[in-house]
Structure formats: C-alpha cells, structure tokens
Design a protein around this ligand. Structure first.
Ligand code: NZQ
Ligand code: ZN
Length: 379
C-alpha cells in the first residue's frame, strides 16, 4: 500500500425513511437564508419539493430558489448559482438531486466566496479554494457518490471540456433509498453501473499487489453486480435499492482508494465524450469499458486475472472482460454508441481523443491514436 492521510468530513445519515428527521436536525445548525438547489423538474413532480419547502419554512428559513440544474451541469449554471448565492447572502446551500445537482453546488459554494473565476483559479493558477458556503446534500438518485467527496465534474461549453473542479465537501449527506424510488429504471441502472465503474477504476490503479483496499473493493463490486440483477428482476426490492445506495457511497468515500493510485482513464474518455455529445455518464461508461479494457489488460494481466477470479468467478482476464460485456448487455445498458444516438465524425472523434486527459494511474499510457481507435470500435 502507498502512504496516505485520511480524513472524512461528511456526516452521513443513511437508511429508509431517515430523510425528514435527519433534515430537521441538521437545519438547526445553519443560518436563516437557505439556497434550495435542484434539477430539471423531477423534484416538483415527485412532491419532494413541497415537502422540503414545508420543512424549511417550519424551521424559520428564508428560501432562495435555484432550480434547473441540468444533467452534466455547465459552468454557466455554476456561475449563475454563485451570483445568486452572493446577491442573496445565502448562509447555507441545500442540494437535492443526483450527482449533477451535488456537483454543481459544490462549486457554487466555492465560487460564491471567490473573487476570481474558479476555472482559471484552479486550472491556470493551480490553486484550490478554501472558503465555502456550507452545503448539505439530499441524494435522490444514487450512483456517482458525488455527495461523498469534494470533486465535481463540470462542462465548460466554451472550452469544450468536461473536467474535474475542486469545491467543498458537504457538511452532511442524507441517503434515504426511499427518495430514489421515482428514478426511472434506466437511470437506476446507469447510476449503479457508474458505481461499478468507480470501483474498477480504483481497483486497476497501482499497486497491483493484493491489498486490503482492493479486497474490500472486490466485495463491493460483487455486491453491486448482485444487487443490479436483483433490482432489475424486482424494482420493488428495497434491500437491493439500499445496498446499491451504500455501494455508491463506498465507491467514492475514499476508503477503496486508501493506499492506491487510481486509474480513471475510462472516466476521462467518457467525460470528453460527454463534453462533445452530452451523453448520459453511466451509459457512456458502459459502452467504453469493455473495449478500453481489451486494449489495456495485457499491461496488468495478473491483476485482471485476479479480478476475473474474485469478481466474475472465471479464471482468466479476457473471460472476465467478456463477462463484464455480457453483464452490461443483460442489464439493458448500451453496448455501442449508436444505441444512444451518438455518431462521431472524424473531426469530433479526433478532438475527443486529443482532449482526453491521460491518467498516470492507468496500467497502460494510452495515446490519442489509441483512444481514437477505442472510440471507433465503440461506434
Ligand atoms: O433533473 P431532474 O428533473 O431532477 O431529473 C434527474 C436527471 O434527469 C433525474 N432524477 C434525479 N433524482 C430523481 C430523478 N428522477 C426521478 N426521481 C428522482 N428521485 O435523474 C436524471 C439524472 O440525474 P443526474 O444527477 O444527472 O445523474 P447522476 O447522479 O448520474 O449524475 C451524473 C453527473 O455526475 C458526474 C457525471 O459526470 C455527471 O455529470 N459525476 C460526478 C462524480 C463525483 N463528483 O464524484 C463522479 C462520477 O464519476 C461522475 O462523473
Ligand atoms: Zn462516474
């Protein structure tokens, strides 16, 4: 294991039915003016918006409404939120939604307290913000584990980049599986596959020698696969829904990453695919993963062999990747970009390949040419 320092600052409230009670208790800790941030419409459709407004009013809060955060949140939306938070002198941000709402708010929280433009502050000046408006997250769609960390993935439409930015850690996160029951099954599965991807992207980073983080990781991967099958067979399976929600948190709360250098090459490629096509994150990963792994597994064959044995109960790396591909197909996830309506012309394919960040933790350092080939094979 590599050397590490670990600190986890997020208070977690987890469990079926925990939402209202946990929120009421948490609100006592924060100031009067609360920014209520949410996505494109599901919150109002499900009635959760009215429920939360009632709780906020009963707690004596003044509400600043910030809705319309889109999937794959844009930098323009971050700036809009930060402006509103400043103008309204917001004391606390309550983000209610999936990864997109949580990501957007982690950066709004930082940008609202920063005089410079956060994109330049992080990418040009190489600085990380330290002053934040406190944030709480109510998770309504699990999978990304975004509420567990201080990273956010933001699409800068001008620069054609979907890139990580560093914002605040949430003070608290409420994970009540009941709140995810209205998520369309397609998104449940796409989110759960994202969790599996986070585990794999952590597992295949260095060191490859057997270690406790990776052994826990194998257990989380087996659990995700089993519970994805269970929830597809029976969407009313509350146990499977809860397990998937906690696995989502486990994927990104840092525990699996202790002592590891992570890989995340597939994520970097998917993010740039998203920058050019706005594709759904979990679906994009589902298409890319098997093809990308067929390109890299020989560079870490022993580790891929172990993964095949421990996660897929089959002997060899190549068979493990085939099992992963079959699982993706059986879950109804896309296996080709054309299935999600994406066709890439030569210029766009090349631009995606050239703008993809090459991660130091991937067992094979891919070139733009190889990334272009991977994209072509996925079409
Ligand atoms: O926008 P609304 O109308 O609310 O609908 C959303 C959205 O269309 C809907 N939804 C959410 N909760 C619902 C619901 N529909 C019905 N009932 C509910 N209870 O679900 C749709 C997808 O939501 P979104 O938040 O976009 O999905 P997800 O949670 O998969 O987040 C994806 C974003 O997170 C980033 C991705 O790149 C992408 O931008 N990621 C963030 C990570 C992080 N910060 O750690 C890690 C990930 O690797 C990922 O990159
Ligand atoms: Zn992801």
């Amino acid at each position: 294991m590599n050397r590490f320092d670990y600190e986890f600052p997020v208070r977690i409230h987890f469990g079926q039915g925990c939402f209202e009670d946990s929120l009421r208790k948490e609100l006592q800790r924060y100031g009067k003016t609360v920014m209520l941030a949410y996505g494109g419409g599901s919150l109002k459709r499900t009635g959760l918006y009215d429920h939360i407004v009632k709780i906020l009013k009963e707690a004596g809060k003044t509400i600043v409404d910030f809705g319309g955060i889109m999937p794959n949140p844009t930098y323009a939306k971050v700036l809009e939120g930060a402006r509103l938070a400043r103008e309204s002198q917001v004391d606390f941000i309550l983000a209610v939604g999936g990864g997109s709402v949580s990501d957007c708010c982690k950066i709004v929280s930082a940008q609202a307290r920063l005089d410079s433009d956060i994109w330049d502050y992080e990418y040009a000046e190489h600085k990380i913000p330290t002053d934040f408006i406190p944030l709480g997250v109510i998770v309504t769609a699990s999978g990304t584990g975004s509420e567990q960390n201080n990273g956010a993935v933001i699409t800068n439409e001008e620069k054609k980049m979907k890139s990580p930015l560093w914002g605040c850690f949430a003070d608290f996160a409420i994970l009540d599986p009941d709140l995810t029951k209205t998520v369309p099954m397609k998104q449940v599965i796409s989110g759960a596959f994202d969790t599996l991807s986070h585990c794999m992207e952590t597992y295949f980073g260095n060191p490859h020698r057997s270690n406790l983080s990776d052994e826990i990781n194998e257990a989380v991967q087996r659990s995700v696969i089993q519970n994805m099958k269970a929830i597809i067979a029976n969407p009313a399976d509350d146990h499977a829904r809860s397990e998937l929600m906690w696995a989502s948190a486990m994927g990104e709360n840092g525990l699996l990453k202790l002592g590891k250098q992570t890989d995340f090459q597939c994520h970097m490629l998917e993010h740039q695919l998203g920058a050019y096509t706005d594709c759904n994150h979990g679906q994009g990963l589902a298409v890319l993963h098997p093809t990308l792994y067929r390109h890299i597994y020989k560079s870490a064959e022993e580790k891929f062999d172990r993964w095949a044995q421990e996660v897929w109960l089959i002997d060899h790396a190549k068979d493990g990747i085939d099992f992963l591909a079959d699982f993706i197909y059986d879950c109804g996830l896309p296996t080709k970009l054309s299935e999600i309506g994406i066709t890439l012309d030569d210029t766009t394919r090349r631009a995606i390949a050239e703008s993809t960040i090459i991660t130091p933790g991937c067992c094979k350092q891919l070139t733009a040419d190889e990334l272009e080939l991977i994209l072509r094979e996925c079409e």
